[in-house]
Design a protein around this ligand. Structure first.
Ligand code: FAD
Length: 522
């Protein structure tokens, strides 16, 4: 076997492959082989049958798509594109020198981007919601054709960002290559959706392609609006200004926490909705706990400035959280919204609403500033026919079905349902969308019902969590038969130890632990 050339994340090409090369191919991490060399080209060449048998013996996927020259027939390109969609990757394609395999891959890619491709189900976004729902769909019906449109190479475990900022996790605990987290039987379309044509059952892609579907599931997450706070982008990651809402800045939060020994530390929360409404507080509590343990908390003035009128949206949890606010001597400022940051001068400007409705501006000096930005629906959703007035994908709050386009469903942060935007909500929503989308495709009544469950594990100190689990209207929905409003060690164990494997190995794989859908009317 001659040198291997990597064309992209999922495909490499090489020259002649012999049966005895198969075990080396496995040890290089490939999972499939495509043979592009016609049988009988050279007298000493191994033919298709022999290569197929040795590939299979070595546990490799195998496809035979012979091409005689670099002038690639259209049918071969279409077969190659199909093979790439179904073979386990990464794939190694070969001919005599690798040149025909490269030409074939090029033609297949350009044919793909200019054509409409059809799937039973197209999922927009391969994050928490997209991967979980695709797995739940394929688990129920393995023969479905499911495409996940996802532009990013990396899947982020965002609930871990707070733990990085608190010095409990390291950054590498919170991301994995997208190819590893996606369900294997789904086709990954590596592009961004740029528009919806719900009357044609089509989505448009950033590479010019079009995907057709029988059912569409939208889980493209939300957008963090850093530019909505004047001066913020110029100083993020410098001058003591940080945010756990950015993967790359969570380690800087922990750096700052360790280095701050005196002065003023400001933590901010923007207007709702945001993902994980407790995360702005979590950053603060973990910082305060570190300062308390290091004996410097008394020398640091800590403030929580929130745009909301109360510390937390569900009143039952407020007393436990207030105990920690008092313990850490935090100055709580409600209806106080960060408007601008001057990093060089270390001054933050707030719009403060008085109890009489009057507005005033306050400037505060800081040594450390943890910012949570305002959050909105992505433009390609907000400007589409799918959006509600606020820009989110309109959805029935119980079935998660679009009220105007019955073959469209949504879940996760982009969905208009008024639940807490959390991965915990996604864990419950994914099986519901899977069941209801399949019922819709079969022409049956929708049966699965969402109660608005979401959860926010508030890390009030290192070793203790208030596990706020609640549904629509703030109804408490505790998973375990314990007083849910109390800070507990067991809940810390869940957050710090159990949740990451539950996320990666159960939720994203369609293993619906404690997530059986309620039945409509049940
Ligand atoms: P995401 O997981 O964000 O995935 C969206 C995907 O869509 C991304 O992969 C993105 O690349 C893709 N995408 C974007 N645009 C397009 C496009 N045009 N076309 C195709 N794809 C696109 N939740 C909890 O349950 N517990 C917690 O403790 C918790 N803590 C958190 C702490 C922080 C700091 C943050 C930031 C979040 C936290 N969350 C927590 C929230 C949780 O991470 C999200 O609610 C969850 O990831 C939402 O899943 P999603 O699929 O809607 O969005």
């Amino acid at each position: 076997m001659i040198a291997i050339k990597k064309l992209n994340r999922n495909l490499s090409v090489t020259g002649e492959v012999r049966p005895e090369d198969m075990s080396a191919i496995v040890s290089l991490g490939f999972r499939s082989v495509v043979n592009n060399r016609p049988d009988g080209e050279a007298p000493d060449q191994a033919d298709d049958a022999v290569l197929r048998e040795t590939a299979s013996r070595n546990g490799l996927g195998y496809e035979f798509i012979p091409v005689a020259s670099r002038d690639i027939p259209h049918l071969a390109a279409a077969r190659f594109a199909q093979a790439m969609a179904v073979l386990p990757g990464p794939v190694l394609a070969f001919c005599r020198s690798g040149a025909r395999s490269t030409a074939l891959a090029d033609k297949a890619a350009s044919a793909q981007s200019s054509q409409r491709r059809d799937f039973d189900i197209v999922v927009v976004g391969g994050g928490a919601g997209g991967s979980a729902v695709a797995s739940s769909l394929l688990k129920r019906r393995p023969g479905l054709t499911v495409a996940i449109v996802e532009p990013s190479d990396t899947h982020y475990y965002q609930p871990g960002f707070t733990m990085v900022g608190g010095g409990v996790f390291v950054q590498s605990d919170t991301h994995r290559p997208m190819g590893q987290s996606m369900p294997r039987r789904a086709v990954w379309v590596k592009a961004a959706v740029t528009g919806f044509a719900p009357d044609q059952n089509e989505v448009q892609l950033s590479d010019g392609g079009v995907l057709g579907y029988r059912a569409l599931v939208v889980s493209s997450g939300l957008v963090t609006k850093w530019d909505a706070i004047e001066g913020l982008e110029d100083t993020l990651g410098r001058n003591g200004v940080t945010s756990n809402y950015r993967f790359d800045l969570a380690p800087y939060t922990w750096d700052l926490v360790q280095k701050t020994r005196r002065g003023t530390a400001l933590f901010t929360q923007p207007p709702m909705p945001i993902k994980c409404a407790g995360a702005p507080q979590k950053a603060m509590y973990l910082a305060c706990d570190h300062w308390r343990r290091s004996g410097v908390l008394g020398d640091i003035a800590v403030e929580f400035n929130t745009a909301a009128p109360a510390l937390f949206g569900v009143a039952d949890f407020v007393p436990s959280l207030m105990e920690y606010v008092k313990r850490y001597n935090v100055g709580l400022h409600v209806t106080s919204t960060l408007r601008a940051v001057d990093g060089a001068e270390k001054v933050a400007t707030f719009d403060v609403k008085g109890s009489d409705g009057s507005m005033r501006t306050e400037q505060k000096r800081f040594d450390m500033l943890h910012v949570v930005p305002p959050q909105v629906a992505p433009d390609f959703v907000a400007e589409s026919a799918l959006a509600d007035k606020a820009g989110w994908v309109e959805a029935d709050h119980t079935t998660l079905q679009h009220p105007r386009f019955p073959n469209i469903f949504s879940l996760g942060d982009v969905c208009s349902a008024p639940n807490a935007k959390t991965a915990a909500a996604v864990r419950k929503q994914a099986p519901i969308v899977a069941e209801n989308a399949l019922a819709m495709l079969d022409g049956r009544m929708l049966t699965a019902a969402y109660d608005g469950y979401g959860a926010c594990p508030l890390t009030v100190e290192r070793g203790k969590v208030v596990l706020a689990e609640f549904g629509y209207g703030g109804k408490l929905l505790p998973t375990f038969p314990l007083d849910p409003t109390k800070a507990r060690r067991s809940a810390w164990f869940l957050k710090a130890t159990a949740m990451p494997p539950i996320y990666w190995n159960l939720m994203l794989r369609g293993r619906e632990w404690l997530a059986r859908p309620n039945q409509l009317g049940g």
